[in-house]
Design a protein around this ligand. Structure first.
Ligand SMILES: Nc1ncnc2c1ncn2[C@@H]1O[C@H](COP(=O)(O)OP(=O)(O)O)[C@@H](O)[C@H]1O
Ligand SMILES: [Mg+2]
Length: 265
């Protein structure tokens, strides 16, 4: 296990006040961390710190970047793009390579094939030649996930990727992420603890303070103890609840325990 990121006793915020206090967490190369917490709790701020977009007021952030290949692939919380800009879906995906030093329109045949392969895996290979304006919000979100992935980063960070994605694809997306996790660390932010806890390995609750929970099974009592008062939210007709009862059936393929979902009567 190689450490990629380490935050120690980080306090951070904006001009109008402190948002995160005394946060310590490390991210290693095989991690799949679900970051949960109420709206306004500081989840996106934590990501901005990891990306170096904002600086801490106190504490330290270390990035163990060996400079070989791309370090972080990032899907922002709301990906905006001028939908009238006549860029094709394939070129949006390829633009994820630009930070790695590739100049526009100078992508190799291998890069283009990789973009098409990723789109195919996301179930939208047939849309590669379309422009952004022709896609639905959910389709565009999948394109942005491909863009975050194309540089084969060591750490993939997805900030609420399920926002525009329909239920059926959401499940598929998590399964794909589990496959990608064999090659990269993943941090996924969600306020839907019931769904992500199936797929992640560990959970970080962020609500001003950060409580790291070294398992994907978390009870309501633990959440309350972590000062992480999540609402039990519904997605369409399906209620996602925090799971108190679970069995410990072992998932051989992924090597961590799974649990069954229970809903309140
Ligand atoms: N650019 C900013 N300037 C000032 N305050 C901000 C900024 N971004 C976020 N905040 C505030 O910081 C707090 C945490 O926000 P955020 O990290 O986006 O939370 P989350 O992602 O958990 O919903 C909120 O109160 C929010 O209003
Ligand atoms: Mg956020």
């Amino acid at each position: 296990m190689n450490k990629l990121i380490q935050l120690e006793n980080v306090t951070a915020g904006y001009d109008n006040g402190i948002v995160l206090r005394d946060v310590s967490i490390s991210v290693s190369d095989q991690d799949f961390i679900g970051v949960i917490g109420p709206n306004g709790g500081g989840k996106t701020t934590l990501i901005k710190l990891i990306l170096g977009l904002i600086k801490p007021v106190s504490g330290t952030i270390q990035r163990f970047d060996d400079q070989q290949g791309s370090f972080i692939g990032y899907l922002p919380q709301q990906s905006h793009i001028d939908r009238k800009f006549p860029i094709t879906v394939q070129d949006i995906v390829l633009s994820g390579l630009m930070s790695a030093g590739t100049t526009f329109n100078r992508y190799s045949a291998a890069d283009k094939k990789q973009a098409l392969d990723l789109l195919g895996q996301m179930g939208i290979g047939h849309l590669a030649r379309r422009t952004a304006g022709e896609l639905s919000g959910g389709q565009l979100q999948r394109v942005f996930i491909c863009r975050a992935l194309i540089s084969s980063p060591k750490l993939l960070i997805l900030d609420e990727p399920n926002t525009f994605v329909d239920n059926r694809f959401e499940h598929e997306m998590y399964e794909l992420l589990q496959q990608f996790n064999q090659k990269m660390a993943i941090m996924i932010i969600s306020h839907d603890v019931g769904t992500i806890s199936y797929f992640v390995k560990t959970i970080a609750c962020v609500n001003t303070y950060l409580h790291y929970h070294p398992s994907n099974i978390i009870t309501e009592e633990q959440l309350a103890g972590y000062n992480c008062p999540l609402q039990i939210i519904t997605h369409g007709d399906v209620p996602h609840t925090v799971l108190q009862k679970h069995d410990h059936s072992f998932d051989h393929e992924h090597g961590h325990t799974h649990h069954h979902e229970h809903t309140h009567e």
